[in-house]
Every structure is written in structure tokens, then in C-alpha cells.
Write a protein that binds this ligand. Structure first.
Ligand SMILES: [Fe+2]
Ligand SMILES: [Fe+2]
Length: 253
């Protein structure tokens, strides 16, 4: 049996994930400054990075913030996506100690809470079908996420300036293709990295209605090149190697 032929014909059922369009954002002074400050990509590590399975270093702290957004964790797998992404974000902050750790961690915890405040029936149909990165529902979840941040953070003692910086990252985290700061870049990478954990693979592959071999191939081909930091690439490659072995994707395809 020619499995390669079957695999490639199956690939045609899944058009490539379109990259978000840069539009005017690449010319934004924040994007220009960030690109000038970090000209080498992926951005070299400042320290070292832990590439063990993410469950060996779960996230910690921020209990009050997690309690505040408990209702928002009930939508779209956020109770899986957010804690796993936050655990990856902690590792990224360890690898890039010059980044504002509090900003990165608060933002990754909040970044997708807006999904709880958009029309749930449209999340799968528009948010994951076709040109999902440009779907109206994606802009909606970014806007709503900023509203959640503005609602919960003042009561936890965060300053207006800090909250503005959180919202600057949440706004456009899926739909804006360029990062504006190192903190923005770390949030973006953590948001993608959870997909390389086995729980992330299982959940997100089901959203895209893909089998494991196809999905892990696409992580390799389309998501690893999007990662901005060397630490994220190192973790993603190790995760992917482990998950492919575990899921037997070289055989089951
Ligand atoms: Fe998002
Ligand atoms: Fe996300």
C-alpha cells in the first residue's frame, strides 16, 4: 500500500492555514522598533530553556486572577489552553529574563477569555474553518478579552498603565501578524506552544477535524516557522518529537 500517496491526497482536504495579513501593522512604530531591537530570528535565548514535558513544570501563582476568570475558562477548552499556555510562558520568561514577567503571565492567562463573550455557535464554524485567522469572530474575542482585563485587573491592584500594556498585547494576538515587544512575542509563542503538548494536540486537532499524523505534520511545517523565539522553537521541536513517537504517527497515517 502506498501510504505516501494516501497521505498527500488527504492533505488536499486541508488548505494551508493562512497567515494573518500584515496590513499596516508591520509599519507601526512599535513593530519597527521591536524588529530593530531584535534583528536575529528566532530571537536567541538569554538563558537556557527546559525542554522536558510541560507537565513537569506546571504554572504557579496568580490564584486570585484565575478565580476571577473561572467563568471564562469554561468556553472553548480555555481550562486546558490557558493553564498549559501559562506554564509555557513561565519557561519562556525564564529563558528571556529581560522581559517583564508579570506582564507576560497576566496577559497569557487573560488572552483568550474573550471567547466566553462571543457567539459560541460561531466559534467552531468561523473561528476554525476556512480563513480562520481573519474571521470576524477572532477580532471579537480579542476585543472582548480586553474588556475582561479592564474589568478584573483594577480590583487586583494593577495600575492603569499596566492594564493598557496587557490590552495592547491581547488586542491583535491572533489577527496581527507582527509583535510589538518582547513580552508580546513571548505571549504569542506560548499561545502556539500549547499545541505541541499532547493535550493541546488532542484538543486542537479535534477543533480542526484533523487526524494526528496530519496535524503533527502541520505543526512542524506551519507553526514552528511562526515561533519568534529560539526557546520556543527548542521546546516545540522536543515536544513534537515526543508526541509523534507516543502517537505512532509514522505508522498511523
Ligand atoms: Fe486567541
Ligand atoms: Fe490562545
Amino acid at each position: 500500500m502506498n501510504t505516501r500517496t494516501e497521505s498527500s491526497s488527504r492533505e488536499q482536504d486541508y488548505p494551508s492555514w493562512a497567515a494573518a495579513e500584515s496590513g499596516d501593522t508591520a509599519a507601526d512604530p512599535r513593530a519597527v522598533r521591536f524588529a530593530a531591537d531584535f534583528p536575529v530570528r528566532p530571537i536567541p535565548m538569554e538563558g537556557t530553556v527546559d525542554t522536558r514535558p510541560i507537565c513537569s513544570t506546571p504554572g504557579s501563582g496568580f490564584e486570585e486572577l484565575w478565580k476571577q476568570i473561572e467563568p471564562e475558562t469554561r468556553t472553548r477548552g480555555n481550562d486546558v489552553h490557558l493553564p498549559i499556555s501559562a506554564a509555557y510562558a513561565e519557561r519562556l520568561c525564564d529563558a528571556y529574563p529581560s522581559a517583564d514577567r508579570e506582564l507576560v503571565l497576566v496577559t497569557i492567562i487573560l488572552h483568550d477569555t474573550g471567547w466566553a463573550h462571543v457567539d459560541e455557535s460561531r466559534i467552531i464554524s468561523e473561528g476554525f474553518g476556512g480563513d480562520w485567522r481573519k474571521a470576524t469572530i477572532r477580532f471579537g474575542h480579542e476585543r472582548e478579552g480586553c474588556l475582561v482585563a479592564r474589568r478584573v485587573l483594577p480590583g487586583l491592584g494593577y495600575s492603569e498603565d499596566f492594564i493598557e500594556r496587557v490590552c495592547e498585547i491581547i488586542d491583535g494576538h491572533d489577527t496581527r501578524p507582527v509583535a510589538y515587544s518582547l513580552e508580546d512575542a513571548l505571549v504569542r509563542d506560548a499561545d502556539r506552544q500549547w499545541r505541541f503538548d499532547r493535550a493541546g494536540i488532542a484538543l486542537s486537532a479535534s477543533w480542526f477535524d484533523m487526524d494526528m499524523a496530519t496535524y503533527t505534520d502541520r505543526l512542524q511545517r506551519e507553526i514552528i516557522p511562526e515561533l519568534i523565539t529560539e526557546a520556543a522553537v527548542a521546546m516545540a521541536e522536543e515536544d513534537l518529537r515526543r508526541q509523534r513517537e507516543l502517537l505512532r504517527t509514522e505508522v498511523i497515517r
